[in-house]
Design a protein around this ligand. Structure first.
Ligand SMILES: Nc1ncnc2c1ncn2[C@@H]1O[C@H](COP(=O)(O)OP(=O)(O)OP(=O)(O)O)[C@@H](O)[C@H]1O
Ligand SMILES: [Mg+2]
Length: 295
């Protein structure tokens, strides 16, 4: 990559817990790598639960401080990244150290921009950076939103998850208002990803209709409703085996659904970048093509 090119940074964000944020982040990285055999993908785990570490079966290492040591101790990202597959690197979350980040920086001006600043010299090594986020709308979530170009919002098919989607949109809108004077914006919402969807359940179809109505009424910050990811026990089996879904079950329905999601996301990102005033290669830092659009 050239010096000035940024990767496409996609965060998987949602206020609600247990909606498949981590599963989606890892499956998306997996599918993007499989679809683009020369691409390099970085998974950034920003959730203190450190579930990415568990899913890859990573033993304790010097890189454990991960993103927390980058944010708090100025550790160079190249020192804490781990290569987990030929095309995929990860930066772990640092677990409970993430709480120190919130405590130390929550009152500082522009503390929402620390992650962007720290990642910038490093992320040019990648074509995609995929960020897993905590089930909270905290300082780290604000940092994720300001660093990422785009976000997808997973949502299980129940009422409380839909509320989580709305809260997440509201959070992004507040950030947008807060940083407007500085000509910076949070990530653009690509859309909502219905997860663990079971088409035999009436409720699932009702919630899907509700989400579509929200999108049609332009209540999703311009985002769409992606095709749902079906409930599939093979997801849990692959996770227990510490394998990616493409490795463990290359033909299962969740693998098909995540492949389609990755392909839809790539098409949408290409479309958005094409309508941007400046080509990606001329960008060195925010505003990215997504941030320039009137959201
Ligand atoms: N399509 C699917 N079919 C069946 N199970 C799934 C599917 N997607 C995710 N799961 C399971 O749902 C559970 C929650 O998923 P996950 O940990 O990814 O959610 P999360 O949003 O990251 O949770 P948290 O908010 O705690 O970080 C996990 O046990 C995972 O294996
Ligand atoms: Mg998670």
């Amino acid at each position: 990559m050239t010096d000035t090119r940024r990767p496409t940074v996609i965060s998987v964000l949602c206020h609600k817990g247990g909606v498949a944020k981590t599963t989606t982040a890892v499956a998306l990285a997996d599918s993007l790598a499989a679809d683009n055999p020369t691409a390099k993908v970085l998974i950034l785990d920003c959730d203190e639960q450190a579930n990415v570490k568990t899913l890859f079966g990573i033993k304790s290492t010097d890189a454990d401080g991960g993103i927390a040591s980058i944010l708090i101790e100025n550790a160079p990202p190249s020192k804490v990244k781990l290569t987990v597959r030929p095309q995929i690197d990860v930066i772990l979350s640092g677990g409970r150290m993430m709480r120190d980040f919130e405590k130390t920086f929550s009152n500082d001006a522009d503390s929402e921009l620390i992650l962007s600043k720290m990642m910038k010299p490093f992320d040019e090594d990648y074509d995609y950076v995929i960020i897993d986020s905590p089930p909270a709308l905290s300082l780290i979530s604000a940092n994720i939103a300001m660093y990422a170009d785009y976000c997808v919002i997973p949502c299980t098919t129940d009422l409380l998850s839909v509320v989580g989607v709305k809260n997440t949109m509201f959070f992004l809108e507040n950030l947008r208002n807060h940083f407007r004077a500085k000509n910076l914006s949070p990530c653009k919402v690509l859309g909502v990803v219905p997860t663990m969807y079971d088409q035999r359940r009436n409720l699932d179809m009702t919630i899907l209709d509700d989400l579509q109505r929200m999108a049609d009424a332009d209540l999703m910050s311009g985002g769409i409703v992606f095709d749902p990811i079906r409930v599939d026990s093979k997801i849990k089996t692959a996770q227990v085996k510490r394998k990616l879904i493409t490795e463990a079950f290359p033909k299962t329905k969740a693998r098909e659904d995540y492949r389609k999601l990755a392909s839809d996301i790539q098409a949408l990102v290409t479309k958005i970048a094409a309508t941007s005033a400046r080509p990606i290669a001329q960008m060195s830092y925010a505003p990215s093509p997504a941030r320039e659009m009137s959201l």
